[in-house]
Write a new protein. Structure first.
Ligand code: PAF
Length: 283
């Protein structure tokens, strides 16, 4: 059995633990999470182990990236199971600050990201989101000072935002994206999938199928507009309320009109009942 990771709850304790690793010449890989860990997170940890000699996983449900109307209170919290999974993967340190350690009394500084954070995708529907993410990720990077940090491609716009953040603020962290892990039927793994009723869980697979279908049509030479319209119709017909179903340049997230504007990425966000799902695929 692997030993349990060292659990740190204050910035000085985290710094001491990371400094000890560094004294032993470790390269440190950070995996930022909000807990409720599933196999997608496990794959991030495994990639972290390949990219660093020591792995830190942060578990912090970040209140500043949730709007008051969103699910901060209900967000799944599965601490005991999370630690068991991280121990099994041989994670070295878990960084688990309370809200008061992350945002102490009098906290008054926020990061306001632009560029990919204003691409007109998630930011159109969750205008508070990337400010909260950039602020907490900026703090996680300066608290832990990792060499590399691993983020899932499922949150594709977030991956672009934190990559830009690390570069613009000279944080000295290399941000690495990790491929989306899917259930056997194609649904992208997400901590929020537990909100789906059994019926909704079946319907949810339509998202991936619609993206794959539109991507295949574009690759086969169909014009972008009809190929995407067809995917959007399929998703709406399955009972989703669609926020967006768009094809963008995968590097800049800029809108595209032809296959030559690539590399292309299809991104989707849609609500099924009270659950909002996001996903994306390469074209
Ligand atoms: O993707 C997530 O789980 C969160 O947005 C992150 C990056 C841990 C910041 O709270």
């Amino acid at each position: 059995m692997s030993p349990s990771p060292l659990i740190t709850r204050t910035v000085p304790a985290l710094r001491r633990a990371v400094d000890n690793l560094r004294k032993r010449k470790a390269t440190v890989a950070l995996v930022p999470t909000m807990g409720a860990l599933h196999d997608g997170h496990v794959s991030l940890v495994r990639l972290a182990k390949r990219r660093g000699s020591r792995v830190v996983v942060s578990i912090f449900v970040n209140p500043t990236q949730f709007a008051p109307s969103e699910d901060f209170g209900a967000y799944p919290r599965t601490w005991t199971a999370d630690i068991a999974k991280l121990a099994a993967e041989g994670v070295d340190i878990v960084w688990h600050p309370g809200v008061e350690a992350m945002y102490p009394e009098g906290f008054a500084t926020r990061i306001v990201p632009e560029g990919p954070a204003l691409a007109g995708l998630e930011d159109r529907f969750r205008p508070h989101f990337f400010g909260g993410v950039a602020t907490v990720v900026g703090k996680l990077f300066t608290q832990c000072r990792p060499d590399v940090a691993i983020f899932g491609e499922k949150d594709f716009q977030q991956l672009r935002v934190v990559t830009q953040l690390a570069r613009d603020l000279d944080l000295g962290v290399k941000v690495i994206g990790s491929r989306t892990v899917r259930e056997r039927d194609g649904l992208a793994m997400s901590s929020r999938n537990v909100y789906l009723s059994p019926e909704e869980r079946q319907t949810a697979t339509v998202l991936y199928r619609a993206m794959k279908d539109s991507a295949g049509r574009i690759r086969a030479g169909e014009a972008i507009r009809p190929a995407m319209a067809r995917g959007a119709e399929t998703i709406a017909a399955a009972g989703f309320a669609l926020d967006y179903f768009e094809v963008r340049n995968a590097k800049t997230l800029a809108p595209v009109t032809s296959r030559n504007d690539g590399p292309l990425r299809i991104l989707v966000a849609a609500r099924l009942g009270t659950t909002r799902l996001i996903d994306n695929v390469a074209v």
